[in-house]
Design a binder for this molecule. Structure first.
Ligand SMILES: NC(=O)c1ccc[n+]([C@@H]2O[C@H](COP(=O)([O-])OP(=O)(O)OC[C@H]3O[C@@H](n4cnc5c(N)ncnc54)[C@H](OP(=O)(O)O)[C@@H]3O)[C@@H](O)[C@H]2O)c1
Length: 327
């Protein structure tokens, strides 16, 4: 597969559960990557691109990239430069998981894309280490820990959820004890086992999966980190339980909540939503902004080098880029 045949679509919208399976059934051969901020599709050739495009809503939020531009976009995406939490690291793991699952389905595209995806992973790691490593950690976990501050150690921290986000946040959470609650208790137990392997001395408690046990934990925790989507009924009960606490210190950090405005969370003392967390991070220093800019330029340069030298590891020297006015 030549780089000119690489096509990528980027739709900035909420993910649709089960969409990948439904589309595989339609016989469309493309690599879907779903995150909470976007859906990306990667395919081979213009004909497939026009078929895949029809699977996306026609709402003006769809961007299309081809050839070196597609590679540059995918590199920015993998390096976290397209994320609202700029330079976050979780996205790389999500892309690797999507790629592994896609390869397991054994389509022709998986073979065709493989050299490009390997280069993409290699280039993304290089961009991160050259341009983004000195920024300090930018993960949902590190930001959550920063928000909770040193006082979090004064009481238990309750983590709601045991999915992808909860797994990445859990190791960062401070607190005298970490309480885990998840709708499916087996997944909370699995997360507890993983955490115990990493930090055997950490006090952990897995809460019963019932709604009552969850609400009792809300009333007893100092901080609560929510890593599940909103739920109209249970959220009202969660807010009520939080407000019943005798001890008023502490925070609710709700990473499944796009903005503060949504009822019943609106106005809750100590609440930080995912939307608010993004806003805080937008107030980044000028130095961070310049570093991101350099990293974005490096993505463009790498894509151009790849378009010159196909799939070898070091196809051309950086001096070759001088030939291009665009840089
Ligand atoms: N992944 C990220 O990088 C990221 C970043 C920012 C925000 N978010 C947001 O965080 C939330 C979780 O994302 P994720 O990536 O961790 O998803 P995930 O891997 O699919 O896990 C979903 C989690 O939510 C739980 N859940 C789903 N529906 C529920 C319901 N109705 N009631 C109670 N629990 C429910 C699941 O419980 P079971 O185990 O019982 O299914 C699981 O713990 C989403 O709202 C997502 O938009 C994710």
């Amino acid at each position: 597969m030549e780089l000119c045949d690489l096509k990528a679509l980027n739709w900035r919208g909420a993910r649709r559960a089960g969409a990948a399976a439904a589309e595989a059934a339609l016989g469309l051969d493309y690599l879907p990557i779903d995150t909470c901020q976007r859906r990306v599709a990667i395919c081979n050739g213009a004909d497939m691109l026009s078929l895949v495009r029809r699977q996306f809503p026609d709402d003006g939020a769809l961007e299309s990239f081809e050839g070196a531009d597609a590679y540059a976009f995918l590199l920015r995406f993998a390096a976290g430069l397209e994320s609202k939490l700029v330079a976050e690291t979780e996205i790389f793991g999500q892309i690797k998981t999507a790629w592994r699952e896609f390869c397991d389905r054994g389509s022709a595209l998986a073979c065709q894309l493989s050299p490009w995806i390997q280069l993409l992973f290699q280039d993304a790691k290089e961009i991160r280490s050259q341009h983004l490593s000195r920024l300090g950690s930018a993960s949902y976990g590190s930001q959550t820990r920063r928000l909770l501050g040193d006082e979090a150690g004064a009481g238990p921290t309750l983590l709601i959820g045991a999915g992808q986000l909860a797994q990445s946040v859990a190791p960062w959470l401070p607190g005298s004890e970490l309480w885990l609650w998840n709708r499916t208790r087996e997944r909370a137990l699995e997360l507890a086992r993983e955490l115990a392997k990493r930090e055997p001395a950490r006090p952990l408690r897995v809460i019963e999966a019932s709604a009552d046990a969850e609400l009792a934990a809300w009333r007893g925790a100092r901080n609560v980190i929510v890593c599940v989507p909103g739920d109209a009924v249970q959220d009202a009960a969660r807010v009520a339980a939080w407000q019943q606490r005798a001890e008023r210190a502490g925070r609710v950090i709700h990473l499944g909540l796009p903005a503060d405005g949504a009822a019943p969370w609106k106005g809750l003392p100590g609440l930080v939503s995912l939307g608010a967390l993004f806003e805080m991070l937008q107030l980044q220093s000028e130095q961070r902004r310049r570093q991101f800019e350099r990293a974005r330029r490096a993505c463009q340069e790498k894509a151009l080098l790849r378009s010159l030298g196909a799939t070898s590891s070091h196809p051309h020297s950086w001096e070759d880029l001088a030939a291009f006015d665009s840089l």
